[in-house]
Design a protein around this ligand. Structure first.
Ligand code: ARG
Length: 467
C-alpha cells in the first residue's frame, strides 16, 4: 500500500473543483481501500457488466468496450497474482481499479464511469460479494448438518438425562438431543437463504442517487450480473443496507445457537459431567496444569458470539437516522460485515469438523440418566393409565421420590412392596415403565425422543437435504 506524499494523483478522479489537495491525514482517514479491496473481483464484474450495457445501448463504442473488457481482465489477473499496487491516495477499491484501467488502456478507461457513480457501484459490489459469501456459508452449513445427522444416527439408542433448569428431567436419547441442534441449524440455513433472496436485487443504474441521463438498460446489466431484479427506486438503491443488517442478524442467531451447543459441549466434557470425549485435535492443554485438556474450540466459538452480536449493533446504529440517500457513513458497513462473514465461516468450519467427531460416553450417560429420578413422570403417567387423576399421581410419585432421596435409591431400585406403599394400583408391570428404555420408547410420536422417532427424523432430514 502506498501513501502518496504529493497529492497530484489524490484528486485525479474528482479534483476538478478543488483548489487545495486533501490533508494527508484526512486522505488516510477517509480511505477504505485497505478493507474494501476485498471487493475487487466483484467490482471488476460490475464494471464488465456496466461497460457491456453501455456498448449495447450505444453510449460506448464497441471498440471502447473491448478495450475496457481486456483491461479489466488484465487487472483481475494482476490482483489475483498479488501484483496490484493499491494506493491510499486513490481512496477505495473503485478508484484504484478505474485509475489502473486508464493507466493501461488510456481514454477508453476514462469513459467507463459514464452513467454510474461509486454509490451504485459499491452497493452493487457488496451485494455481489454477499451473494457469493452466503453460498459458501450455506455449503458449510450443509456439511455441518450432515455431520450432525451422522452423530445422531450412531446414537439413536443411547440414553442420557434430558434437562430442564439444568436439573435432570426425563431420559432422552442422545440422537434426539443432537437432532434438536439440527433443527436450529435448519432454521439458520433458511434465514440465510431468505436474506440472499432479498439482497439479490441490483442497485446499478441508480447512479449517485437520482438515476442517469444516459440511455441505460438496467435489465441488461441485471441479467449479466445474475440479479433477480432491478432495484425499483434509485434513492433507496444507493442507501439501503438492510441486507447487511439482515445478514448480521441471521449470523447473530447462528452464533447464539452455536454458543448454546458450545456451552453444552464445555459442560459435557468436564470431569463433573463426563458425558463426551472431544477428540484431542479440538482441545489444547495448559502450560501449568499437566492434566488439563481444555475444550478450546467450543469455548472460542461461544466467545465469538459477542463479536458478531457487536457487529449487528454497529450496523443498526450506523443506519439509524441516516437521511436519504448515500452518506459517507455507509463506508463503515464493510468492516463489521466482512468480519461477520469471516467469523461465521471460521465457526462453521470448526463445528462441521468437530460435531461428527464427538464421542459420547454411553455408560456415563446412562449412569447419569439413572440418577435424579428421571423416570418419575413415567410412574405418574403409569398411575394415570391405571385410572388416577394426574394431579393425584403427581403427589403420589412426589412422595415416592422423597423416600428415594432419603434412601439414596432410584425408583427402579425399590421393591414392588415399597412402591405399593405409595399406591395399591402399582403392580409388576411398573418396572417396565421405570426403565430408561421403556421411558424413551414410550414417547413415540412425531417429535418425541423414542429411538424409532429419531430414526424417522433423521431419514426425513436426509431426504430434505438431498432434495
Ligand atoms: N468507498 C465508498 C464506500 O465504501 C464508495 C462510495 C463513495 N461515494 C462517495 N460519493 N463518496 O461507501
Amino acid at each position: 500500500m502506498t501513501i502518496n506524499k504529493n497529492s497530484q494523483d489524490t484528486n485525479q478522479l474528482w479534483g476538478g473543483r478543488f483548489t487545495e489537495s486533501t490533508d494527508q491525514f484526512v486522505q488516510a482517514f477517509t480511505a477504505s481501500v485497505e478493507f474494501d479491496q476485498r471487493l475487487a473481483q466483484q467490482d471488476i464484474n460490475c464494471s464488465r457488466a456496466h461497460a457491456r450495457m453501455l456498448g449495447h445501448t450505444g453510449v460506448l463504442s464497441q471498440q471502447d468496450v473491448d478495450k475496457i473488457l481486456a483491461g479489466l481482465d488484465d487487472i483481475s489477473k494482476e490482483i489475483e497474482a498479488g501484483e496490484f499496487q493499491w494506493s491510499v491516495a486513490l481512496e477505495d477499491v473503485h478508484m484504484n481499479i478505474e485509475a489502473r484501467l486508464t493507466d493501461r488502456i488510456g481514454d477508453a478507461g476514462k469513459r467507463l464511469h459514464t452513467g454510474r457513480s461509486r454509490n451504485d457501484q459499491v452497493a452493487t459490489d457488496i451485494r455481489l460479494y454477499m451473494r457469493d459469501a452466503i453460498d459458501v456459508l450455506l455449503a458449510e452449513i450443509q456439511r455441518l448438518q450432515l455431520g450432525m445427522l451422522a452423530l445422531a444416527e450412531s446414537n439413536t439408542d443411547v440414553i442420557m438425562p434430558g434437562f430442564t433448569h439444568l436439573q435432570t428431567a426425563q431420559p432422552v436419547t442422545f440422537g434426539h438431543h443432537v437432532m434438536a441442534w439440527y433443527e436450529m441449524v435448519c432454521r439458520d440455513a433458511d434465514r440465510l437463504a431468505d436474506c440472499r433472496k432479498r439482497l439479490n436485487v441490483m442497485p446499478l443504474g441508480a447512479a449517485a442517487l437520482a438515476g442517469t441521463t444516459y440511455p441505460i438498460d438496467r435489465q441488461y446489466s441485471c441479467d449479466l450480473l445474475g440479479f433477480d431484479s432491478v432495484a425499483a427506486n434509485s434513492l433507496d438503491a444507493v442507501s439501503d443496507r438492510d441486507f447487511a443488517i439482515e445478514f448480521c442478524a441471521a449470523a447473530s442467531i447462528i452464533m447464539t445457537h452455536f454458543s448454546r451447543v458450545s456451552e453444552e459441549l464445555v459442560l459435557w466434557s468436564s470431569a463433573q459431567f463426563d458425558f463426551i470425549d472431544l477428540p484431542d485435535r479440538f482441545c489444547t492443554g495448559s502450560s501449568i496444569m499437566p492434566q488439563k485438556k481444555n475444550p478450546d474450540v467450543p469455548e472460542l466459538v461461544r466467545g465469538k458470539t459477542g463479536r458478531v452480536n457487536g457487529h449487528l449493533m454497529s450496523l443498526l446504529t450506523l443506519m439509524k437516522s441516516q437521511p436519504l440517500a448515500y452518506n459517507k457513513d455507509n463506508q463503515e458497513d464493510k468492516e463489521p460485515l466482512f468480519d461477520t462473514v469471516d467469523t461465521l465461516m471460521g465457526c462453521l468450519r470448526a463445528f462441521a469438523d468437530m460435531i461428527p467427531a464427538i464421542k459420547p460416553k454411553h455408560d456415563n450417560l446412562r449412569q447419569a440418566a439413572l440418577k435424579g429420578f428421571a423416570t418419575a413422570t413415567d410412574l405418574a403417567d403409569y398411575l394415570v393409565k391405571k385410572g388416577m387423576a394426574f394431579r393425584d399421581s403427581h403427589e403420589v410419585v412426589g412422595k415416592a421420590v422423597a423416600f428415594g432421596i432419603e434412601q439414596g435409591r432410584d425408583l427402579s431400585e425399590m421393591t414392588l412392596q415399597e412402591l405399593q406403599a405409595f399406591s395399591a394400583d402399582i403392580d409388576e408391570g411398573v418396572f417396565a415403565v421405570l426403565t430408561l428404555e421403556g421411558s424413551v420408547a414410550a414417547r413415540n410420536h412425531i417429535g418425541g425422543t423414542a429411538p424409532d422417532q429419531v430414526r424417522s427424523a433423521i431419514a426425513a432430514a436426509r431426504k430434505s437435504l438431498a432434495g
